[in-house]
Design a protein around this ligand. Structure first.
Ligand code: ZN
Length: 165
């Protein structure tokens, strides 16, 4: 299908447009000369759940060994709630809660994929599954931290985590 070498160009173009979509003063982080933020899109497998998340092109993610995340292979891209927007799928999202009930594990009731959720460590933010972010705008993906979720209270003695980017 098409030219074999156009995939890369399409990705570059998508990335360029993603950068252009955000004006410099749209996000205070960019005006301070910090990491450039772009708008990524993503969603579940069936496509009913779609979201936008503002993050760098080089995604820094966290892995967790808790009973839930280790089964999923979830790669956490944790952002303040202002940087996440649910575009569609509110009607199909199911909320699963356990243990302390703080985390809201939101999964698509049609295809079963948990593309984002409200984590116990950041109840005022969202954890997006980096595996569910559309590839076009992702330049790189690096696991920067291992969270010892099996010993949650020891890992988060203050009862919650910080936003790192
Ligand atoms: Zn789905």
């Amino acid at each position: 299908m098409g030219h074999p070498d156009t995939g890369r160009e399409v990705a570059e173009e998508t990335l360029r447009r993603a950068y252009a979509a955000i004006a410099p003063d749209d996000d205070p982080a960019t005006s301070k000369g910090e990491t450039m933020m772009i708008r990524h899109t993503g969603g579940c497998h069936c496509g009913r759940v779609r979201f936008e998340v503002t993050a760098p092109a080089d995604l820094q993610v966290v892995e967790c060994n808790c009973s839930m995340c280790s089964k999923f292979g979830f790669l956490h891209l944790i952002v303040p709630k202002e940087r996440f927007r649910l575009v569609s799928g509110d009607d199909v999202l199911t909320n699963y809660q356990f243990n302390t009930g703080t985390a809201r594990h939101l999964f698509c009731s049609v295809c079963g994929v948990k593309s984002f959720y409200v984590p116990r460590s950041h109840p005022d933010g969202f954890s997006v599954n980096a595996r569910c972010v559309d590839e076009a705008t992702v330049r790189s993906l690096t696991v920067v931290e291992q969270v010892d979720g099996r010993n949650w209270e020891r890992h988060y003695p203050e009862g919650r985590g910080k936003f790192s980017q």
